[in-house]
Ligand binder design. Structure first.
Ligand SMILES: CC(C)(COP(=O)(O)OP(=O)(O)OC[C@H]1O[C@@H](n2cnc3c(N)ncnc32)[C@H](O)[C@@H]1OP(=O)(O)O)[C@@H](O)C(=O)NCCC(=O)NCCS
Length: 171
């Protein structure tokens, strides 16, 4: 579907995406566990697909919030990435990605590896921001995610303004 055919609103479920990846020997850091950059690349890729599908066209990564790795991923583990649109502005979208893992050598509950929040901006063929369909939450969980995304956005904007002000008036 082209950007001009995109509807004016969509629920998160319309573009939610899950990707699973079996980690390999060539993805390790010096400690022998999986390199954080490998996980971050997949996070950005999965979130990018969700942003492109929601907005019906190209979207670029504008920012990625702090990402905390709770436990290491081991070689052979099956890592799952689940991503959805949490919030939309005029041209920007917050995509949340939850990362879990199944240990390669054990049957047990999935391990929570990390959670990431990224802002994507939908762009036209000149790379200029273009409007995105409004996200319409369907469930209590969607509504919680939207509320929390609004908190993160207001903190991002406040931080940006505070840094700008401190540069203009350094003490
Ligand atoms: C993201 C980008 C398109 C924004 O362009 P811009 O001219 O600064 O856009 P504007 O100031 O008009 O803002 C457009 C939207 O982006 C959001 N935005 C811009 N910079 C942002 C940032 N650092 N973090 C979060 N949101 C941001 C704005 O809040 C606004 O959202 P809204 O339309 O929903 O209100 C532009 O900065 C860009 O192309 N960046 C490079 C992206 C890229 O190459 N990513 C891959 C990195 S390898």
């Amino acid at each position: 579907m082209s950007a001009t055919e995109a509807p004016s609103e969509r629920p998160p479920s319309a573009t939610r995406l899950s990707l699973s990846h079996i980690t390999a020997q060539n993805e390790t850091n010096l400690l022998g566990t999986v390199h954080g950059g490998v996980v971050m690349t997949l996070v950005d890729s999965v979130a990018g697909v969700v942003a492109a599908r929601h907005s019906g066209g190209a979207a670029v990564t504008a920012s990625m919030d702090e990402m905390v790795f709770v436990v290491p991923v081991r070689v052979g583990d099956v890592v799952h990435f689940t991503a959805q649109v949490n919030w939309t502005g005029r041209s920007s979208m917050e995509i949340g990605v939850r990362i879990t893992a199944d240990r390669w050598d054990a049957v047990g509950p999935q391990v929570h590896v990390a959670t990431a929040y990224l802002v994507f901006v939908a762009v036209d063929s000149d790379g200029k921001p273009r409007p995105v369909p409004r996200i319409v939450p369907e469930t209590d969980e969607d509504r919680r995610r939207m509320r929390e995304a609004e908190i993160r956005r207001s903190h991002r904007l406040a931080r940006r303004e505070a840094i700008k002000a401190s540069r203009q008036d350094p003490k």
